[in-house]
Design a protein around this ligand. Structure first.
Ligand code: NAD
Length: 514
């Protein structure tokens, strides 16, 4: 099949991507067979099976990727183990840094093409992909590239009193955990791959990456760039495939030392159970239902667009999206109307349309899930101030939606919708809002909008969330650890904390009298 030609014959839907405008590099990438990267070579799945990858703006098939399963995962893990114990273990820290910087340079050189692939595959705006996903991914590769030569152990002031008369010297050393299995979600495909793979490689681990089946394209392009950068074969492997087959096989594989997972809390539970078999180390970054809290002294010129972008950025498909909006009662009507106004002004369109501000959701399944939640909200008496419908299109669009008249027991208030849907409620005082904000199973993030630092410092410590933003939302940085309290996960991405999670600590104790 010629994926581009097939898609060119897409319906003349004004919300569908115009694939005639794709860069030649993107067309060439889509035209190559999309196989697995195992031991430095591109190979089809052992079963020969493939799965379709669709353009969310039009439902047209873009390409077909190898559907890896347990046999392919086994081959990839074996290759990662060989590399870990062999060539990669001999690569000096300064050389690891150099390889990672070279990869960052290659990603930067191909950033426009990668952004286009991401927009095509995920539905997000190509501008956002370039200025958020790619920019951040490059920064993270560079930040992580600085770590290999700084992974220092400690000299320990040992007393050694248990065996009198002896004298000891003791040290702690940091060593890479080993083979890492990385399973990721579809909302920020290259960025999430980077959050996992960059610190793992910096620590000296080897990796088998299983991207989401909805969005495997940039992980495959990353695999090409890793090989071009000169990493030894087997250090970085990519197995595309479905969650319950390829994903579950990687999670359960006895040859994997650590699983790092980003996805839903529901699948996260399965991952924790699957990893328990050989007691793998586990990091899980899961769902969220993050509150954006507007206090009565907030600067509304900042808070209203901020609250709108907290939920509508990336079509609301953001783990830390501000999907619950709480506003001091006296400001409630103004903020509600302001956020609805912002939603009304957003331009819908496909990822390749540089002017589009709201794109399609990633899949028909995701669209139907979001519409089911909207239906549930309406049934339970919530009022949609704006939105509440799918968009007439062959793509997977849902209107930005703002609900009011909601109560804490509603599904739309408690559960992660993962779409452009926000629930808005008024509150009266700080104690009440702290309790309400914490009243879900999640604890990923929160934002406070206020000019009063005293109130900010009263409220922030009460919020059970891994990140609290003040007068901003969805701000990420390579230096700033990101992760969840409660059922939003275990562990942290980014920062030194992330690198540390790919390292073991070994104590070395020497009897100096011996
Ligand atoms: P998902 O849990 O359905 O899938 C995530 C990944 O797990 C995919 O690669 C999938 O193939 C794989 N998978 C599915 N079943 C599996 C199984 N049985 N065993 C092993 N792997 C399996 O999540 P999704 O729908 O792709 O992503 C959306 C979710 O991700 C949301 O809940 C969102 O909040 C969360 N997320 C969290 C963060 C964070 O940092 N906390 C970041 C992005 C997304």
């Amino acid at each position: 099949m010629d994926p581009v030609r097939t898609s060119r014959s897409a319906p003349t839907d004004r919300y569908a991507n115009d694939l005639g405008r794709l860069r030649p590099a993107t067309v060439a990438f889509l035209g190559r067979p999309r196989d697995l990267l195992i031991d430095g070579a591109w190979v089809p799945a052992a079963s020969g099976q493939r799965f379709e990858v669709r353009d969310p703006s039009s439902d047209q098939v873009l390409t077909r990727c190898a559907a890896g399963d347990a046999i392919d995962v086994d081959r990839a893990v074996a290759a990662a183990r060989r590399a870990f114990e062999g060539e990669w273990s001999r690569v000096k820290p300064c050389e690891r840094e150099r390889l990672m910087h070279r990869l960052a340079d290659l990603i930067e050189a191909h950033a426009d093409e990668l952004a286009e692939l991401e927009a095509l595959d995920n539905g997000k705006s190509v501008l956002m992909a370039r200025h958020v996903d790619l920019k951040h991914a490059i920064e993270v590769w560079r930040y992580m590239a600085g770590w290999p030569t700084k992974l220092e152990g400690k000299t320990l002031p040992i007393s050694g009193t248990l065996v009198p008369g002896h004298q000891y010297a003791a040290f702690s050393m940091l060593e890479p955990i080993g083979v890492v299995g990385a399973v990721i979600a579809w909302n920020f495909p290259l960025l999430l791959a980077t959050w996992k793979c960059a610190p793992a490689l910096a620590a000296g681990c080897t990796v088998v990456l299983k991207p989401a089946e909805e969005t495997p394209l940039t992980a495959l392009r990353l695999g090409e760039l890793v090989m071009e950068a000169g990493f030894p074969k087997g250090v970085f492997n990519v197995v595309t495939g479905l969650g319950p087959t390829a994903g579950a096989a990687l999670v359960a594989h006895p040859g994997v030392d650590k699983i790092t997972f980003t996805g839903s809390t529901e699948v996260g539970r399965l991952v924790v159970q699957g990893a328990a078999h050989n007691m793998k180390k586990v990091t899980v970054e899961l769902g969220g239902k993050s509150p954006a809290i507007v206090l009565e002294d907030a600067n509304l010129d900042l808070a209203i667009p901020g609250a709108a972008s907290a939920i509508f950025f990336n079509q609301g498909q953001v783990c830390c999206a501000g999907s619950r909006l709480y506003v001091a009662r006296k400001l409630f009507d103004r903020v509600l109307e302001g956020v609805a106004e912002q939603a009304r002004g957003l331009k819908l369109g496909p990822g390749l349309d540089a002017e589009a501000q709201v794109g399609p959701l990633v899949s028909s399944i995701q669209r139907d899930r979001v519409l089911r939640y909207i239906g549930l909200g309406l049934q339970r008496g919530a009022r949609a101030v704006i939105g509440g419908h799918a968009v007439e299109s062959s793509g997977y669009y849902v209107e930005p939606t703002v609900f009011t008249n909601v109560s804490a027991d509603m599904e739309i208030v408690q559960e992660e919708i993962f779409g452009p849907v926000v629930v808005a409620q008024p509150f009266d005082d700080l104690e009440e809002i702290a309790r309400t904000a914490n009243d879900t199973i999640y604890g990923l993030a929160a934002s406070i909008w206020s000019r009063d630092l005293n109130r900010v410092f009263q409220l922030a410590p009460k919020l059970r969330a891994g990140t609290v933003w003040v007068n901003c939302h969805n701000v990420l940085d390579p230096t700033m650890p990101f992760g969840g309290y409660k059922q939003s996960g275990w562990g942290r991405e980014l920062g030194g904390e992330s690198v540390r999670s790919y390292l073991e600590s070994k104590s070395l104790c020497i009897n100096v009298a011996g």
